[in-house]
Write a protein that binds this ligand. Structure first.
Ligand code: ATP
Ligand code: MG
Length: 376
């Protein structure tokens, strides 16, 4: 009897996990590679990556960082949720390449004032970054800094980093800076003071990935794993992902799982499998992402969201206040809370929209259940 195939689900529906096929990123990768080759001052060495939660920002930063590492660059990855300058300095102090070049980098001073953006701390950071970058450039290498979750970063620290990097670019040193975050948070940062330099960053907005590219990648992934998929099943699954990175993995994962159930009889994923798998994926998306986002909101905040569902596109904030029967300033309190929790975003002055895919559909569908939680 032939040994049964060992089938392992290749999809990765987990935040930050590199997917089996990186879909729709050839353009930005080519730009970045060109930037590395062109030398100091190339525009794509300074890049901002924006998109909704789950649109693939972290994965893209990892990918670009790997490319730089392969070319011998030193790559430092930090997140806006940690003290940025101290963390960069610490990683440089432990960097094996700098050590092998016998470049000594001092560790950040941990003081009570640390990451309050004190002048001394700022000077020491600039000094460290300069020393590291000059040495790496001299030895044919370079320094790439990636900052994820920029929406949570301290604006002072981003300004310090921007100034130091700009100084190195002006000196024609080999340095790159990539920063990624939720679109509105990044725009907030760019509107702040002291970071004019960052506004010049090449903008890469991770919008939805075309369905045909999704379909090609799904087929390739499924076939490499030992299963097959019918054309109609493939078209259905690709469509259900709506080109949204996280859903591509989630739909792929559950559709594949349906196919494996009957792999002893047939290794081909059918339309029925694709329908069942997609339904589970969307349910899972609802309970993990959408439910988590709205859990614990107060009743008026939920009312604000429900009032927004009347609009297919962006909602006028004054119109929402009217629908809620509230004076505009009171409604604005809830708008602010919802923006802070990254459920909605301001698309233009006086307008808001949902910042999580399918939130509107989910609220419309579960309106009664949600209201029942508040005794309504
Ligand atoms: N280009 C891509 N093609 C296919 N799948 C992708 C792609 N980019 C990311 N993914 C998948 O999408 C999911 C989310 O990716 P990632 O964590 O990078 O998103 P994010 O934008 O950083 O989200 P968050 O804002 O929550 O940090 C992961 O499951 C990942 O495997
Ligand atoms: Mg991320």
């Amino acid at each position: 009897m032939p040994k049964p195939l060992k089938l392992i689900n290749p999809f990765k529906p987990t935040a930050g996990m590199t997917p089996p096929v990186l879909i729709g990123r050839e353009g930005v990768i080519d730009d970045f590679v060109d930037g590395l080759d062109k030398g100091p001052g190339a525009p794509s060495r300074l890049m901002r990556i924006t998109g909704l939660g789950g649109s693939g920002k972290t994965v893209l930063l990892t990918q670009l960082g790997d490319i730089a590492t392969d070319r011998g660059w030193t790559v430092v990855n930090v997140s806006g949720r940690e003290p940025l300058c101290a963390s960069i300095q610490e990683q440089l102090a432990h960097d094996t390449q700098l050590r092998s070049l016998d470049i000594k980098i001092s560790l950040p001073v941990v003081s009570a004032e640390a990451h309050l953006g004190g002048a001394a701390e700022e000077l020491s950071f600039r000094e460290v970054l300069t020393r590291a970058t000059r040495s790496l450039t001299k030895h044919g290498s370079g320094l790439l800094i990636t900052v994820d979750e920029v929406q949570d970063a301290s604006h002072e620290e981003m300004a310090t980093i921007a100034t130091s990097v700009q100084y190195m670019v002006r000196e024609q040193q080999d340095i790159g800076l990539l920063f990624a975050g939720i679109t509105t948070g990044v725009l907030d940062l760019l509107n702040g003071e002291g970071i004019t330099f960052l506004r010049r960053a090449k903008a890469e907005e991770l919008a939805s990935i075309p369905t045909d590219e999704v379909a090609r990648a799904l087929r390739k992934t499924i076939e490499a794993s030992g299963l097959h998929i019918d054309d109609d099943a493939l078209a259905y699954a690709a469509g259900q992902s709506h080109g949204y990175a996280y859903l591509i993995q989630l739909v792929g994962y559950y559709v594949w799982r349906e196919g494996r159930r009957h792999s002893r009889e047939s290794v081909t994923i059918t339309l029925a499998d694709a329908r069942r798998g997609s339904e589970i994926a969307l349910q899972e998306f609802g309970s993990s992402v959408l439910e988590t986002a709205i859990s614990g909101l107060t009743k008026p905040a939920v009312d604000y969201l429900l009032a927004m569902t009347e609009d297919e596109g962006a909602s006028s904030t004054s119109e929402i206040a009217k629908r809620m029967g509230m004076p505009a300033p009171s409604a604005n309190t809830y708008r602010r809370i919802l923006i802070e929790r990254q459920i909605i975003e301001s698309t233009a002055p006086g307008f808001v929209a949902f910042s999580i895919p399918f939130m509107r559909e989910y609220l419309l569908q579960h309106r009664a259940d949600i209201l029942a939680r508040y005794g309504a």
